[in-house]
Design a protein around this ligand. Structure first.
Ligand code: UT7
Length: 326
């Protein structure tokens, strides 16, 4: 039987504090009706003051380790997919390594909302090469610190959270059947935090102009998301050597319900086969797909032998997909 990598354990950490659409009505010129009808989001969770991305990531990572029946010392590598790390450097993964008491190599991976499937694909390659046995892959974000809370076109969309998976060699016939990664830097300007890096280092002016907060051309991103995610799902299914009808559950990036519905139509997959939890969390970027997978597994939507397709899309632009047999 061909050697495969797969998920050996899952973890989750969602901050306690909930920010509802009604709360947002008091902050910006918006309504619950607009947010729900245009996005499907009802509420999102927000990290408390002092709670950083590495805190969320470490908590999710510890649960994934326990779920896999492993100790921190069993880990060969930690990859944290994030675009809202604790600092520019050191990497959030190094901070997580300390917090969970591991000693293995650790690094961050930045592919925005595609971060989790990108990181899982890197882990898969390292397991298949024989270099490492157990890799902790975490998607974690505290985006609330990078959102302009006076911009109604973006602040209603995002939330904080983390999910984690231990990737190890899979049982015979199970595991990751395919991965597909893509990027197009020509669209880099559509979704970005302009300042704070080497292109525009932070100054008093950049702070006053709020250039350290997230800027998005929503309608352009919307169109490209539908096309790219639709194509990526079909690509991963083809690479896995299965038929569309064999997919039991599709875990898409959770940015907007209308994007998910349009992808379902484009791919011709029944909406009932798609796992949706964005109503509770909003868009958690790198954390969205892994948190959705966690909930799909823990609520029994995923069964032993289920074919799971996962697809994500985000800033970069980046997009990625994978098919797993559970
Ligand atoms: O995670 C990476 C991927 N990100 C995404 O996939 C996000 C993709 N984009 C989207 O989800 C949608 O484009 C949005 C939800 C961001 C926006 O929805 P839309 O249907 O594209 O709305 P729009 O930007 O075209 O805005 C329509 C109207 C505008 O008013 P006018 O110009 O028609 O008078 C906006 O000013 O809605 C207005 N608007 C709002 N109204 C109430 C924008 N945001 C709000 C708001 N509340 N929060």
């Amino acid at each position: 039987m061909k050697k495969r990598a797969g998920i050996a354990g899952l973890g989750l950490y969602i901050p306690e504090k909930i920010l509802t659409n009604y709360d947002l009505e008091k902050m910006v010129d918006t309504t619950d009706e607009w947010i729900q009808s245009r996005t499907g989001i009802k509420e999102r969770h927000i990290a408390k003051k002092g709670e950083s991305t590495s805190d969320l990531a470490a908590a999710a990572g510890l649960e994934a380790l326990k779920d896999a029946g492993l100790k921190s010392s069993d880990l060969d590598l930690i990859i944290v997919a994030t675009i809202s790390g604790d600092m520019l450097f050191p990497s959030t993964a190094c901070l997580v390594q300390k917090k969970i008491g591991a000693t293995c190599p650790s690094f961050d991976l930045g592919a925005a909302c595609s971060g989790f499937p990108y990181a899982m694909s890197v882990a898969q390659g390292l397991i298949l090469s024989g270099l490492y046995k157990n890799i902790l892959v975490i998607g974690a974000e505290v985006l609330s610190g990078f959102v302009d809370w006076t911009d109604r076109s973006t602040c209603v969309l995002f939330g904080d959270g983390a999910g984690a998976a231990v990737i190890s060699e899979a049982r015979d016939g199970h595991g990751i059947l395919s991965t597909y990664l893509a990027a197009d830097g020509n669209y880099a300007d559509l979704l970005k935090v302009p300042a704070g890096g080497s292109a525009i280092p932070p100054t008093l002016e950049t702070i006053q102009q709020k250039l350290h907060t997230l800027k998005m051309n929503g309608s352009e991103v919307f169109k490209l998301a539908v096309r790219s995610m639709g194509d990526a799902v079909l690509k991963a299914i083809q690479l896995a050597g299965i038929k569309l009808e064999q997919v039991d559950i599709l875990i898409p990036h959770q940015a907007n319900l209308r994007i998910i519905q349009a992808v379902a139509e484009r791919v011709n997959i029944p909406i009932e086969k798609i796992f949706i939890n964005l109503d509770k969390y909003g868009n958690m970027s790198s954390a969205s797909t892994i948190v959705a997978l966690y909930e799909a597994v823990k609520t029994g939507r995923v069964k032993p032998g289920s074919h799971i397709a996962m697809v994500a899309f985000g800033s970069g632009l980046t997009w990625a997909s994978t098919v797993m047999k559970w």
